[in-house]
Write a protein that binds this ligand. Structure first.
Ligand code: AMP
Length: 214
């Protein structure tokens, strides 16, 4: 169960990742979450990552690879893992393959969640996240019962600093230029499955489960 969730920003990777790790009891490894935690704690890594994230740019490859590799060495990854938001460049994918091979391991399945480009902007700028538990909402597609308040834990909802129109536009073009080539990379490796991310949340999850073969 060494899996990767691939897809543009706004494809719903975070939401699907939570459901996948719950069903299969494997750790969810999101490099974006690791950076956001470091930003919140004011660490040197957080300060460095923030410069890039706020502009919608990618954090430099070697830094991300180091962070991901050290996370993958933790004990809970021995039974499998779900990578979300990593790798994002062909270089990162090559480094990941080398790292796993040196540990006698490999990627078993890459889930490519595709969503039409025109959908992405609306999905991202309307997105709201709970400060306390990280649950995701959307101002029109999935509004909380009480505005600004999390339905699950009562925490405050906020808009991610990189969910503004200008930054989202950058993130989408960075995805097309840097990350889309990974589809071809994993196509050649023969371990990619394509998922239609335009369907509703539960239908996407059902397709993912059937792609993973239960
Ligand atoms: P995410 O939460 O996955 O949307 O990531 C938010 C931001 O963190 C991205 O826009 C990048 O600036 C940075 N980031 C996360 N993962 C990576 C990665 N694998 N490579 C480079 N930058 C990343």
């Amino acid at each position: 169960m060494n899996w990767i969730l691939l897809g543009p920003p706004g494809a719903g990777k975070g939401t699907q990742a939570s459901k996948i790790v719950e069903k299969y009891s494997i750790p969810h490894i999101s490099t974006g979450d690791i950076f956001r935690k470091n930003i919140k704690e004011g660490t040197p890594l957080g300060k460095k990552a923030q410069e890039y994230m706020n502009k919608g740019l990618l954090v430099p490859d070697d830094l991300v690879v180091e962070i991901a590799a050290s996370r993958l060495l933790e004990d809970d990854c021995k039974k499998g893992f779900l990578l979300d938001g990593f790798p994002r460049t062909v270089y990162q994918a090559q480094k990941l393959d080398e790292f796993l091979a040196s540990n006698g391991s490999k990627i078993d399945c890459v889930l490519d969640v595709a969503v039409d480009k025109n959908e992405l902007m609306g999905r991202l700028i309307g997105r709201r996240v709970c400060k306390a538990c990280g649950a995701g909402f959307h101002v029109t597609n999935m509004p909380p019962v009480k505005e600004g308040i999390c339905d699950i834990c009562g925490g405050q909802l906020y808009q991610r600093a990189d969910d503004t129109e200008e930054t989202v536009a950058n993130r989408i073009s960075v995805y097309e230029a840097e990350t889309m080539p990974l589809i071809d990379y994993y196509e050649k490796a023969g371990n990619i499955k394509h998922i239609d991310g335009a369907k509703d949340l539960d239908a996407v999850f059902a397709d993912i489960v059937s792609a993973l073969g239960e």
